[in-house]
Ligand binder design. Structure first.
Ligand code: FES
Length: 122
């Protein structure tokens, strides 16, 4: 299976992303909290470039023990990237659409070879 060069590791900062191309395939690669994730850059809604959207932490409701709403905060653990066309959000760690977790972007293996990163475009 073809391995597509993504970046030198030193050039790929935490929280950054790359879009790589192989044939007609576009793959978004994310560097998030020490791990690399790669997904097809094609939104499950209408095919938009979902991996190119803003990255943001999940917004969570804060509830008191009696379930009274206290406000909102950003999650420390979960982050999403947001399709720029109509706002579908995807979990950066799984590629799941957070509005319906049965939907998931196609994912790709990310390989480290020395100081370089590659995705396996299969
Ligand atoms: S194409 Fe991505 S939200 Fe519509």
């Amino acid at each position: 299976m073809p391995e597509v060069f993504v970046s030198r590791i030193d050039d790929f900062a935490e929280g950054d992303r790359r879009i790589v191309f192989h044939g007609g395939l576009e793959i978004g690669v994310f560097h998030w909290q020490g791990t690399y994730y790669a997904y097809e850059n094609q939104c499950l809604h209408q095919g938009g470039p979902c991996c190119e959207g803003v990255i943001m932490h999940k917004v969570e409701d804060v509830l008191a023990p009696d379930k009274t709403w206290l406000g909102q905060r950003f999650s420390a653990d979960e982050a999403h990237f947001v399709c720029p066309w109509h706002g579908y959000e995807y979990d950066i760690r799984t590629g799941e659409c957070v509005g319906n977790r049965k939907l998931r972007l196609k994912s790709f293996e990310v390989l480290r070879r020395g100081d370089d990163l590659y995705v396996v475009a299969s």
